[in-house]
Design a protein around this ligand. Structure first.
Ligand code: GTP
Ligand code: MG
Length: 210
């Protein structure tokens, strides 16, 4: 078993209230909050997972979607190896915003950044909510722009781990490991989640509002 740890810097982008922080909360703590407060600036969290017997440490920057924080985003995506661009399947405006983020990432971020397009809140469709962004629209954008594509529910946990597993499998771990060799591994109390074994991970994490 390979005991080395590969760090993956990941940023979440998307319109306010689409569920970015809720996706992160589900991924790192397997939890959900009905009335999650808007993110101010950005939040930093980490989570370790095991993917194909390799330990991956996600270093997650969860950005604020409110317009007043828009100018901060480049600071967080500039060095990112992966990005989740999130929209709400019941909010067409949020899909337009997602297109904008994909374009900006392709123009401004690292050229080999792995991007996952994520349509969140699919549980609302079972609760009488109306779908306003067809699955096919998301798939088409993803195909055109070379993105991974998922529809998720942070509320039920559906597909949330798969997003991170998909990113982890797509990043050439060997190369990322070399880039991160200098990394200081001091968060040794993090639990690991084996994404191949469990659909909903739990684990300790470190978090701060920055
Ligand atoms: P900003 O930080 O302002 O950019 O918002 P955000 O994208 O981080 O959204 P957040 O996670 O704070 O969620 C906004 C609201 O949507 C909260 O009330 C969440 O409880 C709710 N929410 C998030 N994800 C889901 C989901 O999958 N399903 C449902 N039904 N509600 C969700
Ligand atoms: Mg947030």
């Amino acid at each position: 078993m390979n005991t080395s740890v590969t760090s993956i810097k990941l940023v979440l982008l998307g319109e306010a209230a689409v569920g970015k922080s809720s996706i992160v909360l589900r991924f790192v703590s397997n939890d959900f909050a009905e009335n999650k407060e808007p993110t101010i600036g950005a939040a930093f969290l980490t989570q370790r997972v095991t993917i194909n017997e390799h330990t991956v440490k996600f270093e997650i920057w969860d950005t604020a979607g409110q317009e007043r924080f828009a100018s901060l985003a480049p600071m967080y995506y500039r060095n990112a190896q992966a990005a989740l661009v999130v929209y709400d399947v019941t909010k067409p405006q949020s899909f337009i915003k997602a297109r904008h983020w994909v374009k900006e990432l392709h123009e401004q971020a690292s050229k080999d950044i792995i991007i996952a397009l994520v349509g969140n809140k699919i549980d609302m469709l079972q609760e009488g909510g109306e779908r306003k962004v067809a699955r096919e629209e998301g798939e088409k954008l993803a195909e055109e722009k070379g993105l991974l594509f998922f529809e998720t529910s942070a509320k039920t946990g559906e597909n949330v781990n798969d997003v991170f597993l998909g990113i982890g499998e797509k990043i050439p771990l060997k190369r990322a490991e070399e880039q991160n060799n200098a990394n200081d591994e001091h968060e040794s109390n993090n639990q690991r989640v084996d994404l191949n074994a469990a659909n909903n991970g739990t684990g300790a994490n470190s978090a701060c509002s920055c």
